[in-house]
Every structure is written in C-alpha cells, then in structure tokens.
Design a protein around this ligand. Structure first.
Ligand SMILES: NC(=O)c1ccc[n+]([C@@H]2O[C@H](COP(=O)([O-])OP(=O)(O)OC[C@H]3O[C@@H](n4cnc5c(N)ncnc54)[C@H](O)[C@@H]3O)[C@@H](O)[C@H]2O)c1
Length: 271
C-alpha cells in the first residue's frame, strides 16, 4: 500500500545490482511513493544488465559512476539535477565491497592495497557523494541522505574482516557530514544498520548462512528483510523524519540489544 510519502521528491539511488539488492527494493518503493530519481552503479555492474530492467520499471535513467571517482560523482549529480529538473530531496548510498573479504584474506593477513580499496569503495565514496552535493548545492532544504551499514562497526564479527573498519568510517562520516549539512541546508544524514540479508554483497561474507540463522534466532523479531529495510529507508526520505540526523539506526529486529535468546540456548543444549 502506497502513502504518497515521496510525492514530488527527486533523488539518486545507488547500488541496485539485481533484484535481491536492498537498493533495488528501495527504488521500487520510492517509485510507488511518488518519487522521481536516477539510478547509478559502477560501470562494471551495467554490463550485468539487470539494472536496465529496474530502470524501465521505475521510468528512471541510469548514470554509471564508479563511487571512488570524484569526476564520475560530479557527473552523476550534475546530470541527475538536469534530468530530474531541479535539486534533490534524497540520496541513497548502498555501496560496499572489500577485495580482502571477497578473496578470503584473513584479518591478520590483510593486503593493504586492497584494504585502501575497501575503505575507498565502502566509506570514502559516501564522503565524496556528500562533498560533491554540498559543493554543487545540489540538495533541497530538509533533504535526506542515507547510507547502509552493519553492526560489525560496533562489535566484532570475525568473518566481516576489513569491512568492519570501513563501516566504522562510514558511520563516522555520517555524523561529521551530518553536522555540516545540517548547518548548511538543514539536510539530514543517517546510516541504517541492517540485519544480515541474502544479497550479492551479503552472501560474499564467509559463513553467511550460519550467521544469518544465528541472527534470526537471536533477534526477538527475527531478521529484517531487504523489503522491510526499504520501507525504513522511505520513512527517512519522507518529511515524517525531518529532525532525525547524525544517527546510526538499527534495523535488525532487536538483534543489537539482545544478549542471548532461548532459541540460541536450545541450539547449544543440543550439542
Ligand atoms: N546484505 C547484508 O547482509 C547487509 C547488511 C548490512 C548492510 N549491508 C549494506 O547494504 C549495502 C548494499 O548491499 P546489498 O546487501 O544490497 O548488496 P549488493 O551486492 O546488491 O549491493 C552492493 C552494491 O555496491 C555496488 N558497488 C561496488 N563497488 C562499487 C563502486 N566502486 N562504485 C559504485 N558501486 C559499487 C555493487 O555494484 C552493488 O550494486 C552495502 O553497503 C552493504 O554493506 C548489507
């Protein structure tokens, strides 16, 4: 059911790779709620083709941009405001990748060139997007910028590798830029810390299936799905959350506040 929460709003949605992507679900819901937007992803993701289906469904243009390239991001914001006919009301950063995690490098044996890439792709890209929007004055007053993160920024999950460090930087950037953008244009900046979700990025983490089940059995509400995450993102883009900024918001069915659950204890008792 649609509520018209984003009627008349314009935005940019990054990170829709395939129909499992969190950004894919956000795009479908943003369209349903009345928004117009552009879609973006790394040029290499374009070749996989699926984003074109989404663009057709959403009547949205695709602007390829490598999120580590300031030049690409400048082009993304300039073209988006041109195509959409004015300044933006929302931006979704839904981008993450660690070559160390992807190639199975242990945290005690990191390749530092890859580590820099993890930080650049997964965290600095968020700063680059906001700095570009700020310099171009591309956001409307009371706009909303959201990035997706994971709880490994606060607590250690051994298999999450250097992505944990990247997410810590990402969340810190949300606070630091949130202050600046709040003062400048009343624009709010938040991160959503989502449950484990079966997507390309999620499933690339070692032991994902077991960890997914553990989180699901720990959280009193169970794991939040990608669809539910998209609902939450839409509320943050809407005018109903105008005074929420610089926050890391857990969207995890209560996992982050639960020590242990009866369901997990039952599993341990079996052994
Ligand atoms: N899946 C999970 O369990 C989970 C949990 C919490 C947070 N998140 C976060 O949600 C976000 C979206 O991930 P997802 O789970 O939907 O997976 P996904 O694989 O569908 O999305 C990740 C996206 O990042 C894009 N990307 C990678 N490198 C890029 C670059 N250089 N430039 C531009 N785009 C680039 C990919 O093309 C892809 O579209 C990520 O930040 C991820 O860390 C995921």
């Amino acid at each position: 059911m649609a509520y018209g929460l984003l009627n008349g709003k314009r935005g940019i949605i990054s990170g829709a790779l395939d129909e499992n992507s969190i950004a894919w679900k956000v795009a479908l819901k943003a369209k349903e709620e009345g928004a117009i937007f552009t879609l973006t992803n790394a040029p290499i993701a374009m070749r996989m083709g699926a984003i074109k289906e989404l663009a057709e469904q959403c009547n949205a243009e695709i602007i390829p941009a490598d999120a580590t390239s300031v030049e690409d991001i400048e082009n993304l914001f300039t073209k988006s405001t041109d195509i959409l006919g004015g300044k933006l009301d929302f931006v979704l950063h839904s981008i993450g990748m660690s070559p160390n995690v992807r190639k199975g490098k242990a945290y005690t044996d990191l390749n530092y060139d890859w580590f820099k890439q993890s930080i650049d792709i997964s965290a600095l890209s968020f700063h680059k997007m906001m700095q570009t929007a700020y310099k171009q004055d591309a956001m409307n007053e009371w706009g909303s910028i959201v990035a997706l993160t994971y709880m490994a920024a606060q607590r250690t999950f051994p298999f999450y590798g250097d992505m944990a460090d990247a997410k810590s930087v990402l969340e810190s950037i949300a606070r630091s830029f949130g202050y600046q953008y709040g003062k400048y244009r009343n624009v709010r900046v938040n991160t959503i810390s989502q449950s484990p979700t079966p997507t390309k990025a999620g499933s690339g983490i070692g032991g994902f299936d077991k960890f997914f089940d553990f989180a699901d059995k720990t959280a009193p509400l169970g794991n939040a799905t990608a669809d539910q995450c998209a609902d939450y993102v839409i509320t943050l883009f809407s005018d109903l959350t105008r005074m929420v900024t610089m926050q890391n918001l857990f969207h995890d069915g209560g996992f982050s506040m639960t020590g242990i659950s009866e369901d997990v204890m039952a599993l341990i008792n079996k052994e």
